[in-house]
Write a protein that binds this ligand. Structure first.
Ligand code: PHE
Length: 357
């Protein structure tokens, strides 16, 4: 019995895998196993012998079975540990963003503008990029013979020779959205309209497609003071400086009266632009009080309502804020440029989280 016991227990201890264990189990306590055969011999023993051998054999059988079960668990644990070791990752390591996909500065700046104006109670409106003469020009008080039509370097859509409808144009500014919004929603209103606009022009600061956003606020008792405050509030939030100084220069647009172009105080320090200090001025937008004829064209009574409007270049303020020198690079789709100037995709600009991050 002792020989059997040490033979099997040592074998079990030494077994390296489950199939060796199974072989040992069959050899010891299987139907024809050594211990099972010994148990069968109990019948041939005298009662006295049986009384000693019976419990001893049963104990041996139990011991072998539990040794096998224990070893099985130990083998499984070892296998699991080995796998855990080989598949181990340090979940406390910081991420490694590969910056393959980033948010384009134009999208980022558009989101920033929307977040800031949303906090001032402005909604977002959109209009078509293919416009007709009426919305792009006539309704904005730009008559067919008006010189502003030439200034805009308009792209005209092709018309068949026998088609005498007025031509469609690629909108040259976001101002037509003013008219569309007034027609549909009337007064009062407070909206911004970001989007693409088109002019036939191409150099370091001009591309044939660029982005503007229009601001329109119509209510009772609106004056230039409201316009000035709104723009100053915007610039403070957008450029993230407490002191901004804006300069209103008298100007002319057919759709506003009076009209002003607005410059922001800035300085250039070693090629780096600083907003809010210095002796330079940078033009950032056109603005004014909505012309009575424009209100009328939008179906709003100019004797009852007043409004201010402005149009700002999104690409322009993106270049200013993020120090991007060449406008054309915005639309080259060069991955290296996008990785350098792009923004993390999960950071949405908002006033409490930070506009630019
Ligand atoms: N639409 C003008 C432009 O594109 C900008 C502007 C908008 C000026 C609204 C005044 C009011 O140049």
């Amino acid at each position: 019995m002792d020989a059997l016991k040490s033979k099997y227990l040592e074998g079990i201890m030494a077994a390296g895998d489950e199939s060796t264990l199974e072989d040992l189990r069959v050899a010891a306590v299987g139907k024809k196993g050594e211990i099972s055969l010994k148990m069968r011999e109990l019948g041939k023993m005298t009662p006295e012998e049986r009384q000693v051998a019976g419990p001893a054999l049963n104990a041996l059988k139990d011991e072998v079975n539990s040794a096998i079960a224990g070893k099985k668990t130990a083998l499984a644990d070892a296998a699991l540990n080995e796998r855990l070791q080989s598949e181990w990752i340090d979940v406390s390591l910081s991420g490694r963003p590969r910056r393959q996909g980033t948010i384009h500065p134009i999208s980022q700046v558009t989101d920033e503008v929307v977040a800031i104006f949303a906090s001032l109670g402005f909604g977002v409106a959109e209009g078509p990029q293919i416009e007709n003469d009426h919305y792009n020009f006539d309704a904005l008080n730009i008559a067919p013979e008006h010189p502003a039509r030439q200034e805009h370097d308009t792209f005209y859509m092709h018309r068949a020779a026998d088609d005498d409808r007025p031509p469609h144009v690629l909108r040259t500014h976001t101002s037509p959205v003013q008219i569309r919004h007034m027609e549909k929603h009337g007064a009062p209103c407070r909206i911004i309209c970001p989007g693409r606009v088109y002019r036939a022009d191409y150099d370091q600061t001009h591309t044939p497609m660029f982005h503007q956003y229009e601001g329109l606020c119509i209510d009772k008792g609106i004056s230039m003071a409201n316009l000035k405050w709104t723009l100053e509030e915007f610039c403070r939030a957008f450029f993230e400086v407490d002191d901004v100084e804006l300069r209103f220069r008298a100007s002319h647009f057919p759709f506003t009266e009076p009209s002003a172009e607005v410059d922001i105080r800035c300085s250039w320090d070693k090629g780096q632009l600083k907003i809010g200090e210095g002796d330079d001025w940078m033009e950032i937008l056109g603005s004014g009080m909505v012309h009575p004829k424009v209100l009328q064209a939008g179906g709003i009574d100019p004797n009852e309502w007043q409004g201010f409007a402005f149009g700002m270049g999104i690409d322009r303020i993106a270049m200013l804020k993020y120090g991007i020198p060449d406008l054309r690079a915005f639309f080259d789709s060069d991955l290296r440029w996008l990785r350098h100037y792009g923004f993390a995709s999960l950071d949405m600009p908002n006033l409490h989280g930070g506009i630019s991050r």
